[in-house]
Design a protein around this ligand. Structure first.
Ligand code: RIB
Length: 304
């Protein structure tokens, strides 16, 4: 069983379902509105935990009802929340997620407390990191804190996984130098490399660019097409299962958490781990919401 530490965001998602996403200036009717746990970090932590990992979370919430609810949800899943701070005078992070009838979404986030995440005291952190197999982060929290945490992880020989989402072309070189596994989607990889990635050849060129920074493995998620992986030991596209997608929210997060739960630190089971992660994510897209849609190990194994 892998031990996974996630440094990341925690959001209360308000999901609004509608026939078609509105165009600028347009008002549309919704079909359903509901709230659920979300945030890329929290979703990835829950996916890792439900896929069989022992997960610890580093993050922040506000001292409000949403914060209490979201901490409860993480605890109910068995995640160690001792690295999450409750901040006075900050709102808990929130997101408005619009989902259309074909499962596409548009998301607006309000960072709130996520922007103020700081690392827990260094004894706790070093102990935690030394006892982990993987440290995961995304870009919904403060960048400097991610760099600090990744440096500590590397100094302690722990593998780091970076999900560069939401995409930015201002990723400090220092962060990539301390990243072992980079998991972007197509848009994010185009933002990072400035290259278009439509064919397998394009994907390889972009992945090789990223490896120049010292990254060991690049996995580019390709939505319903599956994912493309590249490392010194091999590369290829792993097709996704064909399913009827109704909501793609947290599909990428599920992939990342599930992968971290089963991947060996020497990457010797990289292909089977990607297949596992992609089975998990295929379940997520068939359900509404972020955290409620993330599957448990039993369900993932049942689809294989
Ligand atoms: O990746 C999906 C997540 O992005 C949502 O849960 C939302 O909170 C935003 O962070």
């Amino acid at each position: 069983m892998n031990k996974v530490t996630v440094l990341g965001s925690i959001n209360l998602d308000t999901t609004i379902r509608m026939k078609q996403l509105p165009k600028p200036g347009e008002t549309v009717h919704s079909k359903e509105l509901f709230s659920s746990g979300g945030g890329k970090g929290a979703n990835q932590g829950i996916a890792a935990q439900r896929s069989g990992a022992m997960t610890t979370f580093i993050g922040a919430v506000g001292n409000d009802e949403a914060g209490k609810l979201l901490l409860d949800l993480l605890s109910q899943d068995g995640i160690d929340i001792s690295g999450i701070r409750t901040l006075e005078n900050e709102r808990t992070g929130s997101a408005v997620v619009m989902v259309d009838d074909v499962g596409e979404n548009c998301i607006v986030i309000h960072s709130g407390a996520n922007e103020k995440v700081s690392l827990p005291n260094s004894n706790w952190l070093i102990h935690q990191i030394q006892n982990s197999d993987f440290l995961i982060a995304q870009f919904e929290t403060n960048l400097n804190v991610i760099i600090q945490a990744f440096k500590i992880a590397k100094e302690n020989g722990i593998k780091t996984i970076l999900n560069p989402a939401p995409g930015t072309n201002r990723i400090p070189r220092e962060l990539l130098q301390n990243t072992d596994i980079l998991i972007p989607n197509e848009t994010e990889v185009e933002i990072i490399t400035g290259l278009t990635v439509q064919t397998e050849e394009n994907l390889e060129t972009a992945a090789k660019e990223i490896l120049k920074y010292g990254v060991e493995v690049v996995i580019i998620t390709l939505g319903s097409r599956g994912s493309y992986y590249f490392s010194q030991n091999g590369s290829g596209i792993i097709a996704a299962q064909k399913v009827q997608a109704i909501d793609s929210t947290a599909a990428g997060d599920t992939f990342i958490g599930a992968l971290a739960a089963v991947l060996k630190a020497d990457y010797s089971n990289l292909v089977s781990s990607i297949e596992f992660a992609s089975h998990a994510s295929a379940i997520t897209v068939q359900r509404y919401g972020a955290q409620p849609s993330i599957p448990y190990l039993k369900e993932i194994l049942a689809t294989k």
